[in-house]
Every structure is written in C-alpha cells, then in structure tokens.
Design a protein around this ligand. Structure first.
Ligand code: FE
Ligand code: FE
Ligand code: ZN
Length: 277
C-alpha cells in the first residue's frame, strides 16, 4: 500500500485532521505536537482521540508522524534551552504513548558554536534521560540540510548519536529529500548510491519515514528551502523514482511542500498517479 500524506494542523483536533487527509486523498499525515515556534502543548482531548482512532481504523489511516517544535534544541549552548528540550521531549512522549505505534520526529539540533562533538554529547545525554524501557514511541532523527551549526547533516553524525543512546531500539531516522540533497547526497543522479551509503553507515532498517519535498536551493548548498513537487532542483522524475524505489516504497511519505490544502491534494494525486502498480 502507498502510504502518502502531508503536514496538517491539529488545531481543531485529530478527527478533523483525519477527515481532511481523507479529502486530500491521503492515508497518513504529519502534525506538530505544539506550536512549532513556541512551547505550549494542546490540552489532551481523550474524546477527540477516541473518535479519531475509530475513524482511522474504518478509513484506513495509519502511521501518523508527530513533529517536535522547531524551538526544541537539545544541543544549544544555553542550558535553559536544553532544559526546555527535556521538558518538551517528556511531555510529547507522554502524549504519544496514547497511540499504538507513534513516530516522533525531531531536528537533532544546532550546536550554536559549541562544536559537533559537544553538541552530539548533549543530544545523547537528553535522549538517554527521556527514553525509558517501556516506551512504545519511536523517536526519529531527521536528516538536516546543514545550515548554520545544524547537527545531522551527515549520516555519520546521525549514526554516532544512535550508537551512543542506550535504548537504540527506540530510535530511527526520517529522511527529508530536500535536506539530504542540500546536504550533498545526490538522490537525483545516484539514489542507489546514497541508499547504499545510508545502509552502510546507519542501516536501512532504521529508516522509518520520508519527508517528500522538492528544493528551491542547489545541490550541496546546505540551504533549507522546500519547493513544491516538480518545481525545484530535485524535479518530478527524481521524486517519482524515490516513491517507487524498492527500498523506500513501503515507507510512509509526508509532503512538507509550501502548499495549502488544494496544492497538497494535487500533489497527492500526482504521486498516486505515478506510483508503480
Ligand atoms: Fe523537520
Ligand atoms: Fe522535514
Ligand atoms: Zn526543511
């Protein structure tokens, strides 16, 4: 089955977002756990959650991906920012444990001048604090473009974080197509080679989700600007190869393209039409 969806707001609840993704032709979606630029979480609404779960099982929606707020930075030089990251992790995981097999995606962080090694150490420390043995949620590290002091611009950096976390069975990776291309992984001309490299360094079994985006910026630019499918430097053909690649085709794909609902609907339809039968 082709698992395809886009980023949606849950400001009006999970059930509303579930109905929206059905209208847009998708069967999964990504949402922010809380205001992406802030910190306050929505109060938990058990009634909405129960109605959503019932609707999702009837319609066949599965594999929601929760995205941590951009303000979560586990490797900031500012200790208060790192404390905020701890708090958000703990409270988001508590919310996600309501779901049977939740996926929680976060940006590894920006070391803000401390250097990659110090940054990785701080990310590992926080992950080791917030992950507990009974946790059912899988935490995904997102591949980053490498702007500024971003960590996660290379497969090696992600592999090092994973290797130092005690409960590494709770960790996975979300590959963002715009970000990896900007980071210098040529998924347009050498998708097989990039996936072989991913497998050798991280292990393809860790790959749990794809952020499917075109890019406004050139290859290896370390810039992070998403474009609509077919309107950027990756191009439609490369994106169609990605959704049909034997090693990727069973993963969930989430569009984070600059679109309103109508644009997402058109992209989902385009991708479904180009999905190999
Ligand atoms: Fe992201
Ligand atoms: Fe992304
Ligand atoms: Zn991005």
């Amino acid at each position: 089955m082709f698992k395809i969806g886009c980023h949606l707001s849950i400001a009006n609840g999970f059930l509303k977002a579930g109905k929206t993704i059905t209208e847009l032709g998708g069967n999964t979606f990504q949402y922010f756990s809380r205001n992406p630029q802030g910190g306050k979480a929505r109060p938990w609404d058990q009634g909405d959650f129960d109605s959503f779960m019932e609707y999702a099982s009837q319609i066949g929606i599965e594999g929601l991906l929760c995205h941590a707020p951009y303000t979560l930075n586990a490797c900031s030089a500012n200790p208060q920012t790192r404390d905020f990251a701890r708090m958000v992790f703990k409270s988001d995981i508590e919310m996600l444990e309501h779901f049977p097999n939740a996926l929680y995606n976060f940006h590894p962080g920006s070391h803000t001048g401390q250097g990659v090694e110090v940054g990785i150490g701080q990310i590992v420390e926080i992950l080791n604090e917030v992950i507990y043995p009974e946790m059912k949620t899988t935490i995904l590290l997102e591949t980053m473009a490498g702007k500024g002091s971003e960590i996660g611009r290379s497969f090696e950096e992600l592999a090092e974080i994973i290797s130092r976390v005690h409960h590494k069975e709770k960790l996975g990776v979300c590959l963002d197509t715009c970000h990896v291309y900007s980071a210098g992984y040529d998924i347009v001309n050498d998708l097989d080679g990039v996936l072989e490299e991913f497998d050798a360094i991280i292990g393809l079994e860790r790959l749990k989700a794809i952020h499917l985006n075109d890019s406004m910026m050139p290859f290896a630019s370390n810039k992070d600007r998403h474009a609509k499918i077919g309107e950027g430097t990756l191009g439609k053909e490369a994106i169609i190869r990605i959704i049909n690649h034997p090693k990727l085709k069973d993963l969930p794909f989430y569009l984070e393209t600059p679109n309103e609902d109508e644009g997402y609907k058109a992209e989902i339809e385009l991708l479904k039409n180009h999905r190999a039968k």
